[in-house]
Design a binder for this molecule. Structure first.
Ligand SMILES: NC(=O)c1ccc[n+]([C@@H]2O[C@H](COP(=O)([O-])OP(=O)(O)OC[C@H]3O[C@@H](n4cnc5c(N)ncnc54)[C@H](O)[C@@H]3O)[C@@H](O)[C@H]2O)c1
Ligand SMILES: [Zn+2]
Ligand SMILES: [Zn+2]
Length: 382
């Protein structure tokens, strides 16, 4: 069938909106009519070549998506035609050492097909108008009107959850929530700082607030993000373009500046870096109390470095914890988050501040580069 998709043919070039040929679903695969896909900063990293060219060109970009199952291939048992689903960008193989330890979000078995722009089976499904292969973007390729994905990558969502919120179940909700509840293992009363008030950081703030963390301090270099940070539950907002968040947080929490060593004492239990900026990583680290955890979903562009002064890493038992997909189990945790979105106020309606058309996607990327996006902008794929 013919589909429309946003194709990245080269880093640092605009996406092209192309008509592509999509093969029908094979065994264990489903055809999904994508309805909404949100623009995540990882998409921008790929457009700017900041992921070290992990996926071969050309590929259809996008990975935070939700849609409706239109057709199922042979032997599909998990989903049915008409189901609402999100597509996951990590599909645990179940066999590799990480999967066998219950850590499917860092599955290494399927990493090779992911980075080859294929489905876990090795299949590719798309060709362009010249009959040339077009690859997958991390098993999802969300900026397209339709896509064939494996049933293992399709997670059923409640039909009552609007699809423009359901798409967040594909990335920023699990990443933000998992950073707080899975990786930081937050306890009521823990003090939290979140750097970066984008889709990931706002969900981390919401998770911290609903987990009774206190205080929940939001940091962003754009003062325009203050209102949404507070809406999601931040008790304090620091505009890091105007003041040094380390100095403010360490002194507010009882720390003292010490010549040559930065600060001693004070600091918070958990800091989340949800930006991917070397300078912000260093600031985030210096906000930690003794025994504190720096949880790091933010992806620093390939080729950039964050020089860290780590004298206190052993002396104060700091932890620096990378997290992919919020360290979740996609099959178990995404349905839980979707259920929570129906029963608690995750504020997902407030996360959407703009709907856009596929043809406008390059403007959206430019707006994200300029840090103008408040919350998430969501593509309508009609
Ligand atoms: N580890 C994972 O599984 C995973 C999943 C999703 C996203 N990510 C990564 O997380 C990061 C955040 O993604 P997002 O979609 O929320 O991004 P976003 O662009 O929506 O938000 C980033 C926010 O950081 C702010 N910011 C930028 N530079 C800053 C600085 N130096 N100091 C303070 N604030 C600054 C921006 O104003 C913006 O509000 C990206 O690196 C993305 O690739 C990782
Ligand atoms: Zn695996
Ligand atoms: Zn993402």
């Amino acid at each position: 069938m013919k589909i429309k998709g946003a194709v990245l043919r080269e880093a640092n070039k605009p996406l092209t909106i192309e008509t592509l040929e999509l093969e029908p679903p094979g065994e264990g695969e489903v055809l999904v009519k994508y309805v909404n896909t949100a623009f995540c900063h990882t998409d921008l990293h790929y457009m700017l070549g900041e992921m070290g060219e992990l996926v071969p060109y050309p590929f259809v970009l996008g990975h935070e998506t939700a849609g409706v199952v239109e057709e199922v291939g042979p032997k599909v048992t998990k989903v049915e035609k008409g189901d609402h689903v999100t597509a996951t960008w990590m599909i645990p193989c179940g066999k590799c050492p990480q999967c066998q330890r219950g850590r499917g979000s860092i599955c290494t078995g399927n990493l090779w097909t992911l980075s080859a722009g294929q489905l876990p089976s090795g299949a590719t499904k798309m060709t362009d108008k010249n009959g040339e292969l077009v690859f997958y973007h991390i098993f999802v390729s969300g900026f397209a009107t339709h896509m064939v994905i494996p049933e293992d990558g399709a997670i059923v969502l409640p039909k009552e959850l609007p699809l423009d919120q359901g798409c967040f179940m594909g990335c920023c909700v699990p990443t933000g929530w998992g950073s707080i509840t899975k990786k930081a293992e937050i306890l009521p009363g823990d003090s939290v700082v979140v750097f970066g008030m984008g889709g990931v950081g706002l969900n981390a703030v919401r998770a911290a607030a609903l987990s009774n963390a206190n205080p929940v301090i939001a940091v962003d270099i754009e003062g325009s993000k203050e209102a949404i940070a507070r809406e999601f539950g931040a008790t304090e907002f620091i505009d890091s373009s105007k003041e040094d968040p380390v100095e403010r947080i360490r002194t507010e929490t009882g720390g003292l500046p010490v010549e040559g060593l930065g600060f001693l004492g004070g600091g918070v239990d958990v800091v989340v870096e949800a930006i991917g900026d070397p300078g912000a990583y260093i600031q985030a680290y210096w906000c930690l109390a003794a025994g504190g955890k720096l949880v790091a979903p933010g992806i620093i562009p390939a080729g950039q470095e964050a020089p860290m002064q780590l004298t206190f890493l052993p002396l104060q038992e700091h932890s620096i914890l990378g997290t992919l997909y919020g360290s979740i189990s996609t099959d178990i945790d995404i349905p839980r988050y979707a259920h929570m979105a129906m029963t608690q106020d995750l504020k997902l309606d407030k996360l959407i501040t703009k709907h856009f058309k596929l043809e406008e996607i390059n403007d959206v990327a430019e707006a994200m580069k300029r840090r103008e996006i408040i919350g998430r902008w969501v593509c309508d794929l009609d």
